[in-house]
Write a new protein. Sequence first.
Length: 148
Amino acid sequence: MKNDISPNKETVVFGNDSSVIRKYIAGIAGGRTLDCSDFVDDTVLAGHVIIKKADGKYAPMPVIAAVPAKPAQGENPAVAAQPAKYGTLPTGASYAGVLYRSISKKNPAASIMTIGIVNPDMTPYPMTDILTAFTAACKISFEKDEEA
């Protein structure tokens, strides 16, 4: 009987990895395995906010799903579409940094940047709602690329 010892191959779409992190200065040595049990997507994209939960585990910041637009019906007014965005920081959790490179949820070995520069136009979700609290907790700045 033959044993198949070849590694299983998987595809991770790296998308904006090279443009979301403008400058990596420092991160958590050795990285961390993320707890992705509550994360719905198959891939955690570079630039995603990483938190340290109350139990000490590292995880992707929770995300609120996009809401599609709804046309007006009868007396109910139309509802504008809302893009997906970061949720609220869970009780007892703290901001740890941002994900340096995209990873698969199946193999959540993460490189977490703690000091550096991120392009806010390229993050997977808008930082608007959490930017003030995040930048107060982490040494990561958000700077747009210069126009060419």
